[in-house]
Design a protein around this ligand. Structure first.
Ligand SMILES: [Cu+2]
Length: 509
C-alpha cells in the first residue's frame, strides 16, 4: 500500500478528500476513478426498464429459465460503445419475477472468458445454488487450476472449489416472502470487476399478501438499479484491475478502499429521465454500486414512502425525506407525483455526491393520470424479534489489518467456518467496523436491534440482509436462520473489500 492510500484509509469517512479526488462527501469508503471522456449531460437519455425474464418451460411445481452470460457492445455514453458482460447480453439483466411457493430453476450458461458464480442476493436458497464464490461455472476449455492462488492474504484450499462445465442449474425454491432481491456475480476475487462490467439484475418476489395490497403495479412498479461507473476515452468501462483479462486478481493499491465511478447510471443509463404521470409510482431502489453510498432526495418537497426493505414489506409505511442506501441494500418506496404540475420535473438527487455525482435521475411529469392505488396504513404482519430470543451472541469485527480487509482479524479462508448457528434459531450478531462496511449475510434475514448503542435508525426497519455499518459503529442484528442447512457466508458488500478477503463462512447446522 502506498503512503497516499494509507493516509486515505486512515481518514475513514473522508477518504475521498485525503485521496485528493472526489469531494468531501462521496459517501463511503473508496476513491474516485475519473472517466477519460467528457461526461454526458444529465437527463438526456430515457430510463431503460429491463425486460422481464420468461420461463422456457413449466411443470406442476417449477418454472424453468435459461439465461446466458455474454459480452455485448451497447451504447451507454451517447455516441460511444461499451463492452458489457451481461446476463443475456444486457445490463442490467432481465428482471426475474418469482412467486412465493412456486419453485424456479434458472440455468445460467457462461459464454464469457472467465468463471462466474451467480448469487441471488436476499434469496433463501439451498447452499448448492447460493452462488458461493468458489462454486463456479467455468467457460469452455477453462483451465480450472490456472488462476486460483488467492490474494489479499486469503487461504485457498483447492478441495473447496467446484467447477461446472459451461452451465449450472440454480434452484430457487421461493420459500420466502415477497421482496425486492437482486442477482449478481460472486466469483471469488473478481466480483467487483465482473459486476462493474454489468453482471447484475433485479429479482422481484411476490406473494398473496403483497399482491392483495393496492400499491402501484405493472408499469408503475419499476426497479431502479443505481450504480456508478467510469469510462475510458473510447467509451469502454474503466476499472483499475491489475489484469484486464481478469485472470490475475486485484486492483492497484490506491483503489483497495473501493472504486467510485464519476458517472451515475440507473438501469445502465447515465443520469436518465423517466416520463411519469401525476400519480403514485412504486420504485424498487437497488444500490448495485461497488462502493458508493447514496443519500437520495426528491426535489419539489416530495418524500419517499417506504413500504419495504431488503427482506420485504414493512409492518407499516414509513415516510422519509431522504434515504441513505449502501451497496447491496434495497428500499421499496412509493413516490406520489400527484401534487406536481404536469410539465415540471422532479430530480432524484444524491446529497452525498459532489458535482456531477449529486444527480441521479429526473422524473418528468407529463400529464394527470388515473390512479386507483393507495398506500394502506398496515402493510404486513412482521413478527418483531427480541433480544431474549437469541440463543447465541457473536461478534464480527470488520477491519483493515496489515493492509488486508479482515473479519475478526483474518482474511477469508475458503475452508474455515466462523459460526455454526442451528437451523430455525435466532442469534444476535454484533458487527463492528473501522470504515464503511455494508455487511451482507447470505440466507439469513435479520432485524436491526441497535445501532451505536441506540435503537435502530429510521432506515433500519423490517427484515434486512445487508446493513450499512458506518466507521467505528456497532450494529447489533437478530438473525433468523431459516430455510436450509449448509455453508453460507457473510461479507462486506463493498465489492473491492469483498474481493480482497473481507468474507467469512458460517455453517447452518
Ligand atoms: Cu468493507
Amino acid at each position: 500500500m502506498n503512503r497516499r492510500t494509507l493516509l486515505a484509509l486512515a481518514g475513514g469517512a473522508s477518504v475521498a478528500v485525503v485521496a485528493g479526488c472526489g469531494g468531501p462527501n462521496e459517501g463511503g469508503t473508496g476513491t474516485m476513478l475519473e472517466s477519460r471522456l467528457p461526461l454526458p449531460d444529465a437527463f438526456k437519455v430515457p430510463l431503460l426498464i429491463p425486460p422481464v425474464a420468461k420461463s422456457v418451460r413449466r411443470d406442476d411445481t417449477t418454472d424453468y429459465y435459461e439465461i446466458t452470460q455474454r459480452a455485448a457492445k451497447v451504447e451507454i455514453i451517447p455516441g460511444t460503445k461499451t463492452t458489457i458482460w451481461g446476463y443475456d447480453g444486457i445490463f442490467p439483466g432481465p428482471t426475474f419475477m418469482g412467486k412465493a411457493g412456486r419453485r424456479m430453476v434458472v440455468k445460467v450458461k457462461n459464454e464469457l472468458p472467465v468463471p462466474t458464480s451467480t448469487h441471488l442476493h436476499g434469496g433463501v436458497t439451498p447452499a448448492g445454488s447460493d452462488g458461493f464464490p468458489t462454486d463456479l461455472v467455468a467457460p469452455k476449455g477453462y483451465n480450472v487450476h490456472a488462476a486460483h492462488t488467492g490474494h489479499g492474504g486469503m487461504a485457498m484450499n483447492m478441495a473447496d472449489w467446484k467447477f461446472h462445465d459451461q452451465a449450472k442449474d440454480y434452484e430457487y425454491p421461493m420459500v420466502q416472502r415477497a421482496a425486492t432481491l437482486w442477482y449478481h456475480d460472486h466469483r471469488m476475487d473478481f466480483s467487483a470487476p465482473q459486476v462493474w462490467r454489468g453482471l447484475a439484475g433485479a429479482f422481484l418476489v411476490t406473494d398473496a399478501e403483497e399482491s392483495a395490497l393496492p400499491l402501484p403495479r405493472k408499469e408503475r412498479d419499476i426497479p431502479l438499479i443505481i450504480g456508478d461507473r467510469s469510462f475510458e476515452a473510447d467509451g469502454e468501462f474503466r476499472y483499475p484491475s491489475l489484469d484486464s483479462t481478469l485472470t490475475k486478481p486485484g486492483v492497484t493499491d490506491e483503489w483497495m478502499s473501493g472504486v467510485f465511478g464519476d458517472v451515475i447510471l440507473v438501469n445502465g443509463r447515465p443520469w436518465p429521465f423517466l416520463e411519469v404521470e401525476a400519480v403514485r409510482y412504486r420504485f424498487r431502489l437497488v444500490n448495485g454500486s461497488n462502493a458508493r453510498r447514496y443519500t437520495l432526495t426528491l426535489g419539489g418537497g416530495l418524500k419517499f414512502t417506504q413500504v419495504g426493505g431488503d427482506g420485504g414489506l414493512l409492518p407499516v409505511p414509513v415516510e422519509h425525506g431522504e434515504i441513505t442506501i449502501a451497496p447491496g441494500e434495497r428500499y421499496d418506496v412509493v413516490v406520489d407525483f400527484s401534487a406536481v404540475k404536469p410539465g415540471s420535473s422532479v430530480v432524484l438527487a444524491n446529497t452525498l455526491g459532489e458535482g456531477r455525482t449529486r444527480d441521479v435521475m429526473k422524473f418528468v411529469v407529463t400529464r394527470a393520470g388515473q390512479d386507483d392505488s393507495r398506500i394502506p396504513a398496515v402493510l404486513s404482519q412482521v413478527p418483531k424479534l427480541t433480544r431474549e430470543q437469541a440463543v447465541a451472541t457473536r461478534q464480527f469485527d470488520f477491519r483493515l489489518l496489515g493492509g488486508k480487509w479482515t473479519i475478526n482479524g483474518k482474511p477469508y479462508d475458503t475452508s474455515a467456518s466462523l459460526a455454526s448457528p442451528k437451523l430455525g434459531t435466532v442469534e444476535l450478531w454484533r458487527f463492528t467496523s473501522d470504515f464503511h462496511h455494508p455487511v451482507h449475510m447470505h440466507l439469513a434475514h435479520f432485524q436491526v436491534l441497535s445501532r451505536g448503542g441506540r435503537g435502530p435508525g429510521p432506515l433500519d426497519g423490517g427484515w434486512k440482509d445487508t446493513v450499512d455499518v458506518r466507521p467505528y459503529e456497532v450494529v447489533e442484528v437478530l438473525a433468523k436462520f431459516d430455510g436450509f442447512q449448509g455453508r453460507y457466508m457473510l461479507h462486506c458488500h463493498n465489492l473491492e473489500h469483498e474481493d480482497m478477503a473481507m468474507m467469512a463462512n458460517f455453517d447452518v447446522v
